[in-house]
Every structure is written in C-alpha cells, then in structure tokens.
Design a protein around this ligand. Structure first.
Ligand code: COA
Length: 170
C-alpha cells in the first residue's frame, strides 16, 4: 500500500509531536534541537509550529511514517525564499521513495506559491542519505557552515544547499 502525502492541520498536533519525538530519538544528528528539549512541548507550542509552516506528513494505515516542513520568511525583502526543514522517514519505511515523495510534494506546492523562487536548506554533513536525496531533486551545495551544531558535545558542520526555480525568474 502506498502512503498518502498530506498537508497537516493543527488538530493533528499530537500525532505530529509523536513522529517528531521519534525522529529526534532515531536520528539526533539530523536535527538542530534535541529530544530532551522537545519532550515537554505544550499543545499550544506544537500547534503554533504547525500553523507557522507548511507541514507535510506521509500517512500509512492512519500512522504518520514521515514528515517534512516548509518555513516561510516574514520580511518583505525575503519573501522569495523558503526553508525546507525536519525531513524524516521512519527507519522501518526507508528506501521506498517516501522521502522523495514528501519533498517533491513540498517543492511542487512551493513552486506554485507566487513570490517564492528559491528553497534553502541546511543538512548535517553526516546525513549522507538526505544529501543524496536533495541532490536528486536538483538542490546544489552552496557552502559549509563549520561547527554549526553541537550535539552531545560534538561539533558538526552543516552543508548549505539551495534550489532556484529558474522558470520563475524574470
Ligand atoms: C533522508 C531520508 C528522509 C530518506 O528517506 P527515504 O524514504 O529512505 O528516501 P527515498 O527512498 O525516497 O530515497 C530517495 C533518494 O535518497 C537517496 N537515499 C535514500 N536513502 C539512501 C541511503 N541509505 N544511502 C544513500 N542514498 C540514499 C537516494 O538518492 C534515493 O534515490 P534512489 O532510491 O533512486 O537511490 C531518511 O533516510 C531519513 O529520515 N534520514 C534521517 C533524517 C535526516 O537525515 N533528515 C534530513 C534533515 S535536513
């Protein structure tokens, strides 16, 4: 059975929080915040997170098995850019095209959103599958942020990647 990719609304905050905590436990290097920081997030906090972004989940048998978020800029001079964050697929469901389907759906919607001509992201250099996935979708490497994150006392570099929708440039 194929999972369905759907845009999440705040009423589903609890299931979203569950997959987020699962992601933080399973792949701590992939995220800039930790399980310990997020375990006690309130309903209000999680709902605000969902409302302030486009949050996509992959759903199979009523279970969330993957997620990705699109975060918008608020400043007038930055409205042409978004950030792709929090990509995760449940380890039991990997290598079946779900990560690709999530990011493709997010990109298709971003592409249709009128002011946006560019998607940015940062990814821990240790997350090789994610880097390969983003490259496959046309993201290019634009630099390294050294010692960008400190996870359990170890510094990691972040790879900066971007995709520009050239067909939307005048
Ligand atoms: C990155 C991640 C979301 C990929 O999810 P997935 O559903 O397994 O990925 P897909 O099956 O859609 O694979 C798409 C492409 O990604 C790349 N990829 C996926 N898994 C890979 C692996 N283990 N090794 C190398 N490349 C891999 C490949 O290019 C693949 O295309 P291919 O199947 O034609 O080779 C998943 O591994 C994950 O959740 N990782 C931990 C979290 C993370 O790193 N998030 C990034 C935050 S910025």
């Amino acid at each position: 059975m194929e999972p369905i990719i759907q845009k999440l609304s705040p009423e589903n905050w609890k299931a979203f929080q569950e997959i987020r905590l699962k992601a933080l436990r399973s792949d701590p290097l992939a995220f800039s915040s930790s399980y310990e920081e997020e375990i006690d997030r309130t309903e209000e906090f999680v709902k605000r997170k969902i409302e302030s972004s486009w949050t996509y989940v992959a759903v199979l048998n009523n279970q969330f098995i993957g997620m990705v978020r699109v975060v918008f800029e608020s400043g007038k001079q930055l409205k042409h850019m978004v950030s792709i964050v929090s990509l995760f697929v449940d380890p039991e469901c990997r290598k079946k095209g779900i990560g690709l389907a999530l990011v493709k759906k997010a990109i298709a919607d971003i592409h249709d959103s009128s002011p946006v001509i560019k998607a940015n992201l940062v990814v821990n250099v240790a997350q090789k599958p994610a880097i390969a996935l983003f490259k496959k979708l046309g993201f290019t490497e634009v630099g390294i942020s050294h010692k960008a994150v400190n996870i359990n006392g170890v510094y990691y570099d972040h790879l900066l990647m971007e995709a520009i929708f050239k067909d939307k440039l005048r």
